[in-house]
Each structure stands twice: as structure tokens, then as C-alpha cells.
Design a protein around this ligand. Structure first.
Ligand code: ACO
Length: 445
């Protein structure tokens, strides 16, 4: 069944059941219909609540609020299930590739061989960036964080690709999708080369997506660069695992920015910035810093005590998730991959991997973590793989952004093609001063 058909089926079930909410003081009530999707918990439709009862809902962090219907990704956080367009992440990780997953997320179905070839070809032939965009990097200090450069340069793309920016034109949206997915690695690699003071390496259209990323990051013009197939495989897998995760903070940011009708490059740039935070995509960088800070197995109890201490800001990075209250299925796959990569690269004795495993073991026996259902998330092991294949820590979140761009674009497309799209605009519970009159400056205490 196609994604639009799934959405229609969900909408058709919308009014089968209602909840009645009554104001005990006025006796006024509101009948709130239940919307049920194809799987997962139903949602109470509160659109008439304010009109009927003069109240809004209060939900800090939007933990209980479905802001949209979506047919892209499904998560069951209690059971540790993640589906892209209905396909379990474990099957996609084992059998698919990043390009195939990108097609699936964007188009709703797995491609035929011909469709995959055409899609891959479209992405390959959009990998170069306008030479003027490259000059932007010269405005950054060498020590600028690559995420700062990437978000700035992505936002600037809107100044270069005017020919396809009508967000209501499906062909323009398609061209935009291909451009951003193809060019993000080129921009990311340019940021890395700028930090190193090395010449920029142009994309190679004979390489597949992950191999091209590694080549642009590590090749230099003066000698041939030998791509490692294990590194290419590992990076492609990490891209598959990071490609989408339903309404997470950065995707919601893209949707919110995009809902204003802003150009899509601006919306994706907003997503890059949101992803950078250590509570979100920045955690992969923070995990490695934390492991280095912990240093040895003997220090684990001290750091666990700090993580549990509410007066300390220290949290166990790579642990916990807003939605998963069970093992993050991506973390299981990445943990296995980290062993394979380190063994293949002759680094099985990696002290950080050993430390991570011991930390996981000890934390998962600890009442604090068990009772709060805090398990390792996708980023607990990803940094270990990235560093084993030579990617510097400051580039970890950039790698995440490359993969997540596919999810951001899929959600942006889904939102813009929805005829019922509205600007995203949350309400608030005002707790500031009540009305008061202006006091002239000379009369203020
Ligand atoms: N270390 C120690 N305690 C934690 C941690 C942690 N990593 N995560 C949550 N807790 C505690 C909280 O202090 C809280 O305790 P309390 O009930 O005694 O007050 C309880 O567990 C619930 O935590 P919340 O903050 O309500 O969980 P929330 O859903 O808001 O946050 C988040 C989820 C941001 C991921 C959090 O677990 C965290 O900060 N983890 C570390 C950062 C991280 O790894 N982020 C990557 C997430 S995956 C991704 O975005 C790609």
C-alpha cells in the first residue's frame, strides 16, 4: 500500500471514538475525536478544545503531542521497534544500502533495479557545488566547528539555486531533494578540508555515496587514496541507521521552519543547527569526549555517581532517549558493527571500545538506569566506528547530518504536499507580569 493510501486509511478511522471532556465549573463540554493510525497509539484530536472550553493543552517538550500525521517512520519505543515505511531497520541494515533507503524514505516504496539506478544516477550528477559557494569557506577561521560551516553554507545555497525554489511545484521539490542529498557530503568534506588547510577534493561520480564521502574527506591531490571496503560498508550502514527517526528535534525544526513557506535550504540549515546540540546529534561527539574523560574502568563508578547526582550537569552521554524506553535497535546493530570494523582494521584492542562495553554493562545493572529505562542509544557506539575509520570527532555530527538530510527532506516533502498544511505555531501558558502602566524613567526605583 502506498503512503498516501495509508494516510487516507488512518484519516478514515478518525471519528469512530470520542472522549468527552467537561469543565466542572461551567458544565461546558467538548467531544474530542480519536484519530487512529495504522499501528501504534491513537491520538486525541484537540482542535476544538479552545473553542469549546477556552483552554489549551500544556505539554513541555511535546512529549505527548502528535503535531502531524506521517507515513514515513514508525517507532515503538517500549518494544525497541523502528520501521522505515514499514520495513524493520534490522532488515534494511542487513540487506539494503543508503541509496535504496533514501529512495524508500522519499518515495514510499522500495525501488525496482531501474528506479534505483536512475535515482543513484540523479544523486551522483548533482554532487558538485557552485564554485562561488566554495569561496564561503575562506570566510571561516580554520578552527571553526564544521557544523557551523555546514549550517551556514547550506543556508547560503538558496542564493545559488533559484531555478528550482517554487515549493509548490513538485518537480522543483524533486530537484531540490536530489541537490541537497548529493551536495551535503561535498559541503561537509569542504568544511573538513578547510579545517585541515588542505585543498578541496572534488566529488567522484564513479564512486558510490559512502565511498565518495570518504574519498572527499581523506584523499589529497598529490597521491592516490586507497578506499577501504570495510570503512565504506560501515559508513553506508551508519547512514542507513541515521537516515530518519520520525518527529525528532531536528526534523521537527525542519518542519516548523518549512511550514512558514521558507525556502527548503533555510529549513534544512535550521535542522543542521538543531542536530548539533549534545542532547541530540551532538551526542556522538560528546560520548567520545566522555569516554576519554572517564579514562579507565576504575573511574566508572565515580562518573556513574555524577550522572545520578541531580546537582551535577553531568549526564551519561549516549544513554537515554525521549522515545526508546528499551534498547535502541540501532545501538544493537552499531555495537556489532563496531566489533567488525575494529577487527578488520586490526584495532580489536581499542581501549575506548572496551571502556564503552564495561560502562554499558555496569550502567545496565544499576537501579538508577534500570528504573528510568535508560539504555544505550544510537550514538553510544557510532563515534567508536567513526574514529576507527579516521573521521575526526568534530565531524561526527556532520556525518549524522549527511544521513539525516534524507529524513529531513522526506518530512519536508510530506508536509509541503499536504493540502492541509498550516504554519507551525505552538501556544504558551503565560506566567509573566499582568497588565501594568509605563513608568517614566525618572520615577523608577
Ligand atoms: N544520564 C543520567 N540521567 C539521565 C540521562 C542520562 N543520559 N538521561 C535521562 N536521565 C534521567 C533524567 O535526569 C530524569 O531523571 P529523573 O526522573 O530523576 O528526573 C530521567 O532520566 C528522565 O529523563 P528526561 O530528561 O525526562 O528524558 P528526556 O526524554 O527529556 O531526554 C535525552 C532524553 C535528551 C536523550 C536524555 O536521555 C539525554 O540527555 N541523554 C544524553 C544525551 C544523548 O545521548 N542524546 C542522544 C539521543 S539520540 C539522538 O538524538 C540521536
Amino acid at each position: 500500500m502506498t503512503a498516501p493510501a495509508l494516510a487516507m486509511e488512518a484519516a478514515a478511522q478518525m471519528t469512530q471514538k470520542t472522549f468527552k471532556l467537561t469543565d466542572p465549573e461551567s458544565g461546558r463540554s467538548s467531544a474530542l475525536p480519536v484519530r487512529s493510525g495504522t499501528i501504534g497509539p491513537a491520538a486525541l484530536d484537540i482542535a476544538t478544545l479552545y473553542k469549546d472550553l477556552d483552554v489549551f493543552t500544556y505539554d513541555p517538550g511535546f512529549g505527548m503531542t502528535a503535531a502531524t500525521e506521517s507515513g514515513i517512520t514508525y517507532i515503538d519505543g517500549d518494544a525497541g521497534v523502528l520501521l522505515y515505511r514499514g520495513y524493520p531497520i534490522e532488515q534494511l541494515a542487513e540487506k539494503s544500502s543508503f541509496m535504496e533507503v533514501a529512495y524508500l524514505l522519499l518515495m514510499g516504496e522500495l525501488p525496482t533495479a531501474k528506479q534505483l539506478q536512475e535515482f543513484t544516477c540523479n544523486i551522483r550528477y548533482h554532487t558538485m557545488i557552485n564554485e562561488w559557494l566554495l569561496r564561503f569557506f575562506n570566510g571561516f577561521h580554520a578552527n571553526a566547528h564544521p557544523m557551523a560551516m555546514v549550517s551556514g553554507v547550506v543556508a547560503s545555497m538558496s542564493a545559488f539555486y533559484h531555478d528550482s525554489m517554487d515549493i509548490h511545484n513538485p518537480r522543483h521539490r524533486e530537484i531540490f531533494s536530489h541537490r541537497i542529498i548529493a551536495k551535503l557530503p561535498t559541503i561537509a568534506a569542504a568544511a573538513h578540508k578547510h579545517s585541515l588547510g588542505q585543498p578541496f577534493i572534488y566529488p567522484r561520480n564513479d564512486l558510490d555515496y559512502a565511498a565518495n564521502v570518504l574519498n572527499m574527506l581523506f584523499a589529497v591531490p598529490c597521491e592516490p587514496y586507497q578506499l577501504d571496503p570495510v570503512a565504506c560498508e560501515a559508513l553506508d550502514l551508519l547512514f542507513v541507521l541515521h537516515a530518519d527517526h520520525e518527529q525528532n528535534a531536528s526534523t521537527s525544526t525542519v518542519r516548523l521552519a518549512g511550514s512558514t513557506g521558507a525556502n527548503p535550504y533555510a529549513a534544512i540549515s535550521a535542522g543542521v543547527s538543531a542536530l548539533w546540540g549534545p542532547a541530540h546529534g551532538g551526542a556522538n561527539e560528546a560520548v567520545l569526549s566522555m569516554l576519554e574523560q572517564i579514562g579507565t574502568v576504575d573511574n566508572i563508578p565515580k562518573y556513574l555517581a555524577m550522572a545520578k547526582d541531580k546537582s551535577s550537569h553531568f549526564r551519561l552521554m549516549g544513554f537515554g532517549h525521549r522515545v526508546y524506553k528499551n534498547f535502541d535497535p540501532r545501538a544493537k546493530i552499531i555495537r556489532e558493527m563496531s566489533h567488525k570494523v575494529l577487527a578488520a582494521l586490526g584495532r580489536s584492542d581499542n581501549p575506548l571500545l572496551e571502556l564503552a562495553q564495561r560502562l554499558e554493562e555496569i550502567a545496565l545493572k544499576d537501579e538508577y538506569f534500570l528504573s528510568r529505562k535508560l539504555y544505550p542509544n544510537v550514538d553510544f557506539y557510532s563515534g567508536i566506528i567513526y574514529s576507527a575509520i579516521g573521521i575526526p570527532r568534530s565531524m561526527f555530527t556532520v556525518m549524522f547530518a549527511i544521513a539525516r538530510t534524507v529524513g529531513w527532506v522526506a518530512h519536508w516533502q510530506e508536509m509541503i504536499s499536504d493540502p492541509g498544511m498550516r504554519i507551525g505555531r505552538p501556544r504558551q501558558l503565560y506566567i509573566g507580569a499582568t497588565r501594568r502602566d509605563y513608568v517614566d524613567i525618572g520615577r523608577r526605583a
